[in-house]
Write a protein that binds this ligand. Structure first.
Ligand code: NAD
Ligand code: UD1
Length: 341
């Protein structure tokens, strides 16, 4: 079994990807400093897969950790999820984000060079397209200055990776630009665990439905979209996980150093109101919501053109938003049970 180092491996997308890797016959080796995840995730992964995943508690900015892991579990490829991702916090404390996200990426690239690790799959975001003129973006859509320091770290890391690749003779990378990952594993054993009041729509919906929040505010109803609310490309987190396996298989096939950029979305735009209807339809729960003012900095409408990822990676999102909302709800109920146990 091939070892794959997964940084941020106990986090939301990392844990789902670890499972997908294992199912595809890889051995994921997880590295995480548990800044935004907890050890119970390892037990849940074992419950779902029937095997224990090797885990290292450590920081991506620690250059020694890579040699230590490599000695025990030699690896050729890294999937780099580890980063801070709270947009609001990044506005208040940009240096924290520059240090963790950008520095983490630099230290990792240096370790890859030192250990002759060939392949990198990097977690980027559609935030690198800013507020695009055309809602459907391709990988060729010009990049724009993101609204937040968090978004800026993704743009900078993409550029750093590109420049390091240009100067290097044997490194390949795939930059995966995720749209809006939502939902959870169908077992209800792993999912997203937001800290404090959620900023993102789906955790806010499920927390409102379970009674932690009183009412969902829908930010803006007068946008130039089909129903006046913003439009996003919501994609099931298990489809995002599968995209990593596909990207890994694809990069392993390369015979010369290469750089790829892929949109990881469904190709379909869904409005905030449509997502609420999907939640109500797939759970049978009537959600308490009301319109509120627009949220500063919101992109009006964005969704992925997925032609390139579909054809090159031979990957396509298989699950729909009803599946995602059902799984997000099951996960919220599991979290409720965990918290009350
Ligand atoms: P997450 O916070 O659940 O997972 C990130 C994990 O990285 C956490 O477990 C955290 O403890 C760990 N971590 C953070 N800094 C670290 C460090 N210096 N060393 C070791 N571990 C560290 O986030 P996620 O939603 O799973 O996101 C994964 C990646 O995808 C991030 O890079 C994020 O920016 C990117 N991304 C996420 C989304 C989204 O909506 N979730 C969208 C676009 C891009
Ligand atoms: C957010 C991040 C972005 C990140 C992306 C994916 C911001 C400004 N941007 O974007 O950097 O890459 O998540 O994780 O936070 N909404 C409500 N009520 C709520 C919450 C959200 O109406 O309580 C609306 C928003 O206005 C938006 C949509 O729901 O129109 C989606 O919001 P959200 O889940 O925060 O994702 P993004 O805005 O796409």
């Amino acid at each position: 079994m091939k070892n794959i180092l997964v940084t941020g491996g106990t986090g939301y997308i990392g844990s789902h990807t670890a499972l997908a890797l294992r199912e595809a016959g890889y051995q994921p080796i997880l590295l995480d400093n548990l800044d935004n995840s907890e050890l119970f995730v390892l037990d849940s992964l074992e419950k779902i897969s029937g095997v224990k995943f090797p885990f290292f508690e450590g920081d991506c900015r620690d250059s020694e950790i890579y040699s230590k892991i490599h000695e025990l579990y030699p690896f050729d490829s890294i999937i780099h999820f580890a980063a801070h991702k709270a947009v609001g916090e990044s506005v208040e404390n940009p240096l924290k984000y520059f240090d963790n996200n950008i520095n983490g990426c630099i230290v990792l690239l240096a370790a890859m060079k030192k250990l002759h690790v060939k392949n990198l799959i990097f977690s980027s975001s559609c935030t690198v397209y800013g507020n695009p003129e055309n809602a459907m973006v391709t990988e060729q859509t010009p990049l724009a200055m993101p609204e937040s320091p968090y978004g800026y770290t993704k743009l900078v890391c993409e550029q750093i990776i590109e420049q390091v690749l240009n100067s290097s003779s044997n490194l390949s990378a795939s930059l995966l630009r995720y749209f809006n990952p939502i939902g959870a594993h169908q077992s209800g054993l792993i999912g997203e665990k937001p800290v404090g009041i959620p900023n993102n729509l789906v955790p806010y919906i499920t927390q409102t439905a379970i009674g932690i929040r009183e009412c969902l505010s829908v930010f803006g109803n007068d946008y130039p979209t089909q129903d006046g609310t913003c439009v996003r490309d919501f994609i099931h987190v298990c489809d995002v996980a599968d995209a990593h396996v596909a990207a890994l298989k694809h990069i392993e096939k390369q015979t010369k150093p290469s750089l790829f950029k892929f949109n990881i979305g469904t190709g379909k735009g869904t409005s905030v109101l449509e997502l609420i209807s999907s939640f109500e339809e797939s759970t049978g729960i009537k959600l308490n919501w009301r319109y509120a003012d627009r949220r500063t900095g919101d992109v009006i409408e964005i969704f992925a053109n997925t032609d390139l990822s579909n054809s090159t990676l031979e990957w396509k999102a298989k699950r729909n938003i009803n599946d995602a909302m059902r799984d997000a709800w099951n996960w919220e109920k599991s979290l409720h049970d965990l918290n009350n146990a």
